[in-house]
Design a protein around this ligand. Structure first.
Ligand SMILES: Nc1nc2c(ncn2[C@@H]2O[C@H](COP(=O)(O)OP(=O)(O)OP(=O)(O)O)[C@@H](O)[C@H]2O)c(=O)[nH]1
Length: 536
């Protein structure tokens, strides 16, 4: 029982731990996941918004080249002031433009004339190229040139005047592709002639043709020149929302058009463990890839301690609940033990009380109460199984005289001795010997039909005590008279009948001179009653 209880308590604690920890873990994880999801969602939205702003900014800057190209397509002769005016106006609205340029096609035969014309506007004008040392020099002879004729603003850009775009490999390949395809194209990242710091920059070229050539040959024949835009990636970023970065997003912009990606810009360091969000934009024939991750600052500002608080509270409350269950269990155990101890004491007291209620205080043999109970019980049992039962009533002879002569205390002593002596004769567990009156005792003998021997033993043990009794006419020692009734009761007969018969038989024994027994055998009602007597 106790084991089951302990198992039950252990099981309950295990369940509380399992449920508490699982629930806490699940809740903490769910909160964390939800927080992550919201953060990623917010980051993606914010990031894509900034990328879109950047893209719009780049495209609107590039679109200025179309506006400028229209000038060359519609005017037969564009003067330097006209170019300056239109360009300045475009730049005023697009401050991310580093420079707008016009690079006409100049065949070698016209080089001298072109340079002469240029000298009208700028001293030392010539078609130039860059030496491997970085210094500008007079351009080597080739069949055609695309030198920068006009540039706006001129400030800080004088050096590019006369610079032949065909002299540089990257510019050359873009120019030729743009010319042959009649497509505006951007170059890969390159170092600007006018920017010794070498910030990432690119040129965008818009071809301008005479008429509308169709074939590549026609395009090569009819090309007038290129409207060129010079852009610094950094400036384009700064003008868009991508440039309003306050350190919350780390991003890189790479030109991935060719096999080897070229980094154009880097802002912060991408978080190593976080997969970056990637967006692509197409910039006049070039593919730019923008990768971003939320910065540690962004993550920190959107991460609350709530999941951890929930975890701590959950684990704590689970532990407290388990401790409480343990406490309850121990209390219950202590109560159960106390109850058991009390029950044991109570049972013991009850047993003692039971003995007290069934034992005669003076003689310590069974009392009248027990006799009555046992008589009813054994009588019913005998009737049920048709078994014989015998009753012997034993009465001390002349006990009044004994009391009178020897006093009450001696009388009590005599009663005790006689009772103890007779009690030894009730040998079987089912036999009952009880004191039912002052000096009157009784034997209940279940399953007994022959009592002669027991009667003899009774007379003998009492006589054997040799308690002197001068006042007795029956014997010089204390003696007893015995009345017995033997019967096989039927269910309608009451136990009192047997007791009456035994009582009457006892009086017969008294009449017969005392110190003898008289038995009434009721088993054979017609058989004569056989009196018995023993006289000392
Ligand atoms: N000492 C003592 N005497 C008791 C006790 N109970 C009853 N008696 C006495 O027992 C005596 C019984 O006397 P009786 O009924 O006249 O019977 P008897 O004197 O034995 O005469 P017979 O039975 O005819 O031989 C009375 O004097 C009671 O006072 C007891 O507990 N202690």
């Amino acid at each position: 029982m106790e084991l089951t209880h302990r198992h039950y308590a252990g099981l309950l604690q295990g369940l509380v731990v399992l449920l508490g920890f699982s629930l806490t873990g699940f809740l903490g994880y769910a909160l964390h996941a939800e927080q992550q999801r919201l953060m990623t969602q917010e980051f993606n939205q914010e990031y894509l918004l900034r990328v879109d702003s950047f893209k719009q900014n780049v495209l609107s800057h590039l679109a200025t080249l179309h506006s400028l190209a229209i000038l060359f397509e519609t005017q037969t002769y564009v003067t330097k002031p006209l170019f300056k005016r239109v360009s300045a106006e475009l730049i005023a609205y697009h401050s991310g433009i580093q420079a707008l340029e016009w690079a006409p096609r100049v065949v070698h035969e016209s080089r001298a004339e072109f340079e002469q014309e240029g000298l009208n506007h700028h001293s030392h004008f010539s078609i130039t190229e860059r030496h491997s040392s970085g210094a500008m020099q007079y351009a080597a002879e080739r069949s055609e040139y695309y030198p920068i004729q006009f540039v706006e603003p001129i400030y800080n850009n004088e050096i590019v005047l006369g610079f032949d775009l065909l002299s540089d490999m990257r510019r050359k390949s873009t120019i030729q592709a743009s010319r042959d395809l009649a497509l505006p194209l951007a170059t890969s990242s390159l170092k600007l002639v006018q920017d010794p710091k070498g910030h990432s920059a690119f040129l965008a070229m818009r071809p301008v043709y005479l008429d509308s050539p169709v074939t590549v040959l026609e395009k090569r024949e009819h090309i007038l020149g290129f409207v060129v835009g010079v852009f610094k990636v950094q400036a384009l970023i700064a003008q868009s929302k991508l440039g309003k970065n306050e350190g919350d997003i780390a991003f890189t912009i790479k030109d991935v058009t060719e096999q080897t990606a070229q980094e154009l810009h880097r802002d912060g360091t991408l978080e190593a463990g976080t997969p970056p969000v990637i967006a692509w934009i197409e910039v006049w024939g070039r593919d730019w890839q923008i990768s971003a991750t939320p910065s540690a600052q962004f993550i920190a500002s959107r991460t609350s301690a709530m999941p951890y608080i929930v975890l701590v509270i959950g684990f704590l409350s689970t532990t407290l609940t388990v401790l409480y269950v343990r406490l309850l269990y121990r209390k219950q155990l202590a109560i159960a033990q106390a109850v058991r101890a009390k029950t044991y004491e109570l049972d013991k007291a009850n047993a003692q009380l039971q003995v007290l209620t069934q034992v005669d205080g003076l003689t310590q043999v069974s009392n009248r109460r027990l006799f009555d109970l046992q008589l009813q019980k054994e009588f019913r049992r005998a009737a049920r199984i048709s078994s014989p039962i015998s009753l012997l009533v034993v009465d001390i002879d002349y006990f009044k005289e004994y009391n009178d002569r020897y006093g009450h205390i001696m009388g009590d002593e005599c009663l005790r001795s006689v009772a103890q002596a007779l009690n030894t004769l009730a040998k079987r567990p089912c036999d009952v010997f009880a004191r039912i009156g002052g000096e009157e005792f009784v034997f209940i003998l279940p399953d007994t039909e022959r009592v002669d021997s027991l009667c003899d033993q009774c007379l003998e043990v009492v006589q054997g005590l040799k308690i002197r009794h001068e006042g007795s006419d029956a014997s010089k020692f204390v003696s007893v008279s015995i009345g017995g009734a033997v019967m096989r009761p039927s269910s309608h007969e009451s136990a009192e009948i047997a007791l009456n018969h035994a009582d009457r038989a006892m009086y017969t024994a008294k009449e017969n001179g005392r110190n003898c027994a008289h038995i009434v055998n009721l088993v054979k009602p017609n058989s004569p009653q056989v009196p018995m007597s023993i006289v000392d």
